[in-house]
Design a protein around this ligand. Structure first.
Ligand SMILES: Cc1cc2nc3c(=O)[nH]c(=O)nc-3n(C[C@H](O)[C@H](O)[C@H](O)COP(=O)(O)O)c2cc1C
Length: 209
């Protein structure tokens, strides 16, 4: 199954959405029987975790529950069961997925809070997602590739890569970025418009491949 998430506050004008939809179309054509779930984290945001969620999480840690199918045992009070009712369907989608595709902008050098809220909901201690792949289609206003002055500021790819590997133990992670999107708008970056168009064309080609 392909789990497809989008996190941009933009709709039609979003480049990360455009790239993720190209990827999803190609994937679905290649795996017509495999199943597909779509979730728009910007249009239907998942709530931030609350205190009851942290109690569920603490119980899982304290009782060394590593089997995801047993997490529900940790929800004992009514508030904890309410918190679990939010997590359960989100987590079921992740567990059922072979590929988790995330269309996400860079916001303030990092990821949108809509995506972080989802990640906080579905992540538990020592939780492995081994055997799955992540694909991230990203868009950013500037350029953060190797050798660029802003390379060390890329906490979008860096954060997600480190988190997927360090926590979920997933190394099969692909990033496809459209860069310099701000060259379309910012007169001071107009001279970089060609480089943006090249980056976008390469990203669309890669997503379709
Ligand atoms: C709230 C906000 C914060 C942003 N922060 C950054 C940033 O730190 N670095 C950057 O290069 N671009 C930044 N941008 C530009 C976006 O990354 C760019 O517009 C990108 O295309 C957004 O993805 P989307 O097209 O899928 O909406 C920001 C845009 C917004 C709306």
């Amino acid at each position: 199954m392909l789990l497809h998430l989008d996190a941009s506050a933009r709709r039609a004008a979003s480049f990360s959405r455009r790239l993720s939809s190209v990827y999803a179309e190609t994937w679905r054509a290649a795996h017509p029987q495999a199943g597909y779930v779509y979730r728009d984290l910007a249009a239907q945001p998942v709530p931030h975790i609350g205190e009851a969620w942290t109690e569920v999480c603490d119980y899982i840690l304290e009782h060394e529950i590593t089997d995801i199918s047993r997490y529900g045992e940790a929800a004992r009070t009514s508030a904890q069961r309410q918190a679990w009712a939010v997590v359960e369907p989100l987590l079921a989608e992740v567990v059922a997925a072979e590929v988790i595709l995330i269309g996400t902008p860079m916001y303030n050098y990092s990821i949108p809070s809509a995506l972080k809220a989802w990640l906080d909901q579905i992540t538990f201690p020592k939780m492995s997602l081994e055997g799955r792949s992540f694909v991230v289609t990203g868009a950013r206003g500037g350029a953060y590739g190797p050798g660029t002055p802003r390379e060390p500021y890329d906490h979008q790819e860096r954060y997600l890569r480190d988190f997927f590997k360090g926590h979920f133990r997933v190394e099969d992670v692909t990033f496809i970025h459209a860069e310099l999107v701000n060259a379309r708008l910012d007169p001071a970056l107009a001279h970089l418009r060609d480089r943006h168009e090249e980056s976008l064309a390469a990203a669309l080609k890669e997503a379709a491949r």
